[in-house]
Design a protein around this ligand. Structure first.
Ligand SMILES: Cc1ncc(C[n+]2csc(CCOP(=O)(O)OP(=O)(O)O)c2C)c(N)n1
Ligand SMILES: [Mg+2]
Length: 555
């Protein structure tokens, strides 16, 4: 077999169902192998589209997303997506073409230092130096990407390797002595956490994406219910606990719900399960959870104590830790605490100016929620619309929320919807996208048409880089420097030029009837929603402030 055939056979052996990619000189042998092989390949129209689609696929399915790109510009076009997957712990296996081994280091045509460029943004990267190693490297790549804390793994393949011939052995042993993720919690730490819980008056759980990666949502629900512990979540943790559950306080953080942020401020035992304590969640660390004993369950030991001083570290898979905690027998009494938080919830709920003229973005998301019965897979881009989606589309189930949390990548949401739809062809996938971000990856409309993917692209069009505009209004005395978009394409005609149905809505009534008619239709539709310009996301923790200092909170 040649190296490319060995690669494709190794992918099939790993159970890969679909590859997102883009061809070029250094991967021609691999594309030739794909020509002969039935494995499904989706040709996106830009490598960034391929990698975000793979992320969307991985996020909803839990399976690794597989990507192929050529050397040089092919790889550099992947960089944003690799960094995004690294920040949000998404399992990807990426294959990049490289110039032939004898010209590496000569500035050969389309040569880039892929290993150097991707070293800090991959969980692991390796360049193949011997073709016989390929089956083992592929197996190890899938293993590393999907175990412990998931992440992107990259294999760089020089062209002479994919072209050359060898006899391959397809049952390689994995040999990774330095990589042994610890999944099982230390018993003494579980004991300490149980004791702290039985002594606590005001415990709260902070659920992060680690709960989702560990598929531990049901264990989390059981744990919270058994001990009547209120639950809040990070942006990426949404869906890990049912949003309609009486113990759920809502999302915490910069645009979180007042009750959730006050729970973090007033708690005496903060149980972080699989969250990174990033700055958008914690606000000013000096004011973060000032009265709390902090317990942190995380499969990645490097996370513990990284940002927040931690009293009870538990290095473990979230599910294994919760199962062990459920074996303990504790007494808790959280009646007063829950009464207090319910009071906050009732007194300071999310609000918007319901009576106002125009199409309000918050109302629009509520309508999308209503017409999809709260069951859609929702992807978003980055900006105001992302925060409104997080606030106004409550998820009852896990693995339906696809957003770029860590890197905050504009251009993510639309291609991610393609990957999510390919993972679950029968599900209702709605991409909630800003007019700015859509213009970064809209070329993938071509893929939607080609594969007839019934994605609904809902553009929350405020003719602005809304989140930038909001910060300029609030913190830069309304100096709107380069945040208003003066010229836009006609998004309806744009969709039509790709052969996709496009509809414009300018008020609530139109939006209502269009969502009613199209949001669960079996064909792709782009809906250009002209939302009220100048609307802001509230409440908010301003930069440098603590959870107790939120602005835009209204009784
Ligand atoms: C690739 C990239 N460039 C710049 C930014 C900074 N940024 C964050 S939100 C935002 C505005 C996004 O505008 P739009 O897509 O229209 O969404 P809106 O905020 O209006 O809902 C910008 C420029 C980013 N997050 N990603
Ligand atoms: Mg916008």
């Amino acid at each position: 077999m040649n190296g490319a055939d060995i690669l494709i056979q190794s992918l099939i052996n790993e159970g890969a169902e679909i590859i997102f990619g883009y061809p070029g000189g250094a991967v021609l042998p691999i594309y030739d192998a794909l020509y002969k092989n039935p494995i499904k390949h989706v040709l996106t129209r830009h490598e960034q589209g391929a990698i975000h689609a793979a992320e969307g696929y991985a996020r909803v399915s839990g399976k690794p997303g597989v990507v192929i790109a050529t050397s040089g510009p092919g790889v550099t076009n992947l960089v944003t997506g690799i960094a995004d997957a690294m920040m949000d712990s998404l399992p990807l296996v990426i294959f990049t073409g490289q110039v032939a081994q004898d010209v590496i280091g000569t500035d050969a045509f389309q040569e880039a230092d892929v290993m150097g460029i991707t070293m800090p943004i991959t969980k692991y990267n390796v360049q193949v130096s011997d073709m016989k190693e390929l089956p083992r490297l592929v197996k190890e790549a899938f293993h590393i990407a999907t175990t412990g804390r998931p992440g992107p793994v990259l294999i760089d393949i020089p062209k002479n390797i994919s072209q050359g011939k060898a006899v391959a052995h397809f049952e390689p042993d994995i040999h990774l002595p330095g990589y042994q993720p610890n999944l099982t919690p230390n018993y003494l730490q579980i004991k300490k956490l149980s004791e702290a819980l039985s002594q606590a008056d005001r415990p709260v759980i902070l659920a992060g994406a680690g709960v989702l990666h560990a598929k531990a949502s049901y264990d989390l629900t059981e744990f919270a219910e058994r001990y009547q512990i209120p639950v809040t979540s990070t942006l990426l943790g949404l869906g890990s606990f049912p949003a309609d559950h009486p113990l759920f306080l809502g999302m915490a953080g910069m645009h979180g719900v007042y009750a959730a942020n006050m729970a973090l401020h007033e708690t005496d035992l903060l149980i972080n399960i699989g969250a990174r304590f990033d700055d958008r969640l914690t606000g000013n660390l000096k004011h973060f959870a000032p009265r709390a004993k902090v317990a942190h369950i995380d499969v990645d030991p490097a996370e513990i104590g990284k940002n927040v001083n931690t009293h009870i570290p538990v290095v473990a898979d979230a599910k294994e830790a919760l199962v062990k905690l459920l074996e303990e027998d504790m007494k808790t009494d959280t009646d007063n605490w829950r009464r207090c938080l319910n009071q906050y919830r009732n007194d300071f709920p999310l609000w918007y100016n319901k009576g106002e003229q125009g199409l309000l973005p918050q109302r629009l998301i509520e309508m999308v929620h209503q017409y999809t019965n709260g069951n859609a897979i929702v992807t978003t881009d980055v900006g105001q619309h992302q925060m409104w989606a997080a606030q106004y589309y409550p998820f009852k189930q896990p693995h339906r929320w696809v957003t770029s949390g860590g890197l905050g990548t504009m251009g993510f949401g639309f291609p991610a919807a393609i990957g999510a739809q390919l993972a679950f062809p029968e599900e209702n996938v709605v991409a909630l996208i800003g007019d700015g971000g859509f213009q970064m990856t809209l070329q993938e409309l071509s893929v939607v048409k080609e594969l007839n993917l019934p994605i609904k692209i809902v553009i929350l069009n405020n003719e602005a880089l809304g989140m930038v505009r909001q910060w300029q209004e609030t913190f830069y005395e309304e100096r709107y420097s380069h945040s208003i978009i003066p010229v836009q394409p006609d998004f309806v005609k744009l969709a039509e030029s790709y052969g996709i149905r496009g509809i414009r809505v300018i008020n609530e009534q139109e939006a209502e009837s269009v969502f009613h008619e199209t949001i669960t239709a079996k064909e792709p539709v782009l809906i250009d929603c002209r939302i009220k310009a100048g609307e802001n996301v509230y409440p908010m923790i301003a930069p440098g402030k603590g959870h107790h200092e939120m602005i835009g909170v209204k009784p």
